[in-house]
Write a protein that binds this ligand. Structure first.
Ligand SMILES: O=C(O)CCC(=O)C(=O)O
Ligand SMILES: [Fe+2]
Length: 337
């Protein structure tokens, strides 16, 4: 596959390419799932038959769950994966030159500016990832003569419609479970803010136990993840890292920071990271959806702020401190930091 050509990696990722054997075997204290449903620790929710009580319990105790019966055709998922692999296989310089706006190419960090440019990262805390950032509402502006990019766009548009539907359905069920008036909370989920990130995690052979994506929570209301069969997503639950195994035709849903605020801290924004424990490249496709950016989010636990305020604070913290501080910045009576 073209994707394994060394020239398709950012230069920093090429140095260790010579010795791809002796990869990471897992780690003590981490249950590394083998991809079968027996080893899957995540609670499972069915989109076609939503159990409201269980949904509330899962969002309070886990902040993450597996979704089945999501209604996205398998053929669409595999077409998307196929196209992503072909585009990642282009030479690094072409990816940088071709994908600027509205779809941008980035590497080394998932922290991007509003226009999709990577915030700079020191070599010590570089994330072993590259990706395409796709603001769904701007996809029609992507002009191209390239047939693969043109069909990538069409596939993403269709995928985006499914994700909006899934996010809206889940959000309404969560609002109902929280006893919120759905009308009042309508602008807390703005489908036009939806972003898809297509990630490729290259091999990292000589860095046993190093993260491919560092520990974090998502800033979104909800995130919807579709990972390939390699796996590597890990979730912190009761002080233990659990592996969210890849299971075909299922999605993983994360409660994000904004949902935690909307729920007055009843739901929790899940702490997670990516560590690829196999000698294989990994591909994942993540969707993030946010509140309407200027609407003030009401909560008794936080001072009033909009998503715009939150994003600016996160970006400032990453620039000045090197990491996201997150919700603590807005919490009432929190004396930390
Ligand atoms: O690639 C994954 O599985 C997760 C990525 C992630 O956590 C993120 O982009 O926030
Ligand atoms: Fe994440």
């Amino acid at each position: 596959m073209a994707g394994t050509e060394v020239s398709s990696y950012p230069p920093l990722f090429r140095e260790e390419k010579g010795s791809i054997h002796g990869g990471v075997e897992g780690e003590e204290g981490v249950k590394v799932g083998g991809g079968s449903s027996e080893s899957d620790p995540l609670p499972v929710m069915d989109l076609e038959c939503m159990e409201m009580e269980k949904l509330g319990e899962v969002c309070r105790e886990w902040g993450i769950f597996r979704l089945v019966n999501h209604g996205i055709p398998l053929s669409l998922l595999s077409q998307l994966e196929d196209h992503a692999k072909r585009l990642f296989g282009l030479p690094f310089e072409s990816k940088e030159a071709v994908f600027t706006t509205p779809v941008s190419y980035f590497w080394g960090t998932p922290a991007l500016t509003k226009s999709g440019v990577a915030l700079s990262q020191t070599p010590q805390n570089v994330n072993w990832v590259e990706g395409f950032n796709v603001p769904l509402s701007q996809l029609p502006l992507l002009q191209t003569q390239d047939p693969i990019i043109a069909s990538f766009r069409l596939i993403l548009e269709e995928y985006g419609r499914h994700l909006s539907r899934i996010a809206r359905t889940l959000f309404e069920a969560m609002a109902k479970n929280l006893g919120h008036d759905p009308k009042q909370y309508e602008s807390s989920l703005d489908e036009s803010s939806g972003i898809v990130r297509v990630y490729r995690y290259p091999l990292r052979p000589n860095r046993d136990h190093a993260s491919h994506m560092e520990v974090h929570t998502d800033s979104s209301v909800l995130s919807i993840l579709n990972q390939d069969e390699v796996g590597g997503l890990e979730v912190l639950k009761d002080g233990e890292w659990l592996s969210a195994s890849p299971i075909s035709n299922t999605l993983v849903i994360n409660v994000g920071d904004m949902m935690q605020v909307i729920s007055n801290d009843k739901y929790k924004s899940v702490i997670h990271r990516v560590k690829v424990a196999k000698e294989r490249e990994r591909l994942s496709i993540c969707y993030f959806v946010f509140p309407e950016e200027n609407t003030v989010i009401k909560s008794s636990k936080y001072r009033p702020f909009s998503y715009n305020d939150f994003r600016s604070q996160v970006q400032e913290d990453i620039k000045t401190l090197g990491h996201k501080v997150g919700l603590k910045r807005f919490k009432i009576n929190d004396d930390s930091d």
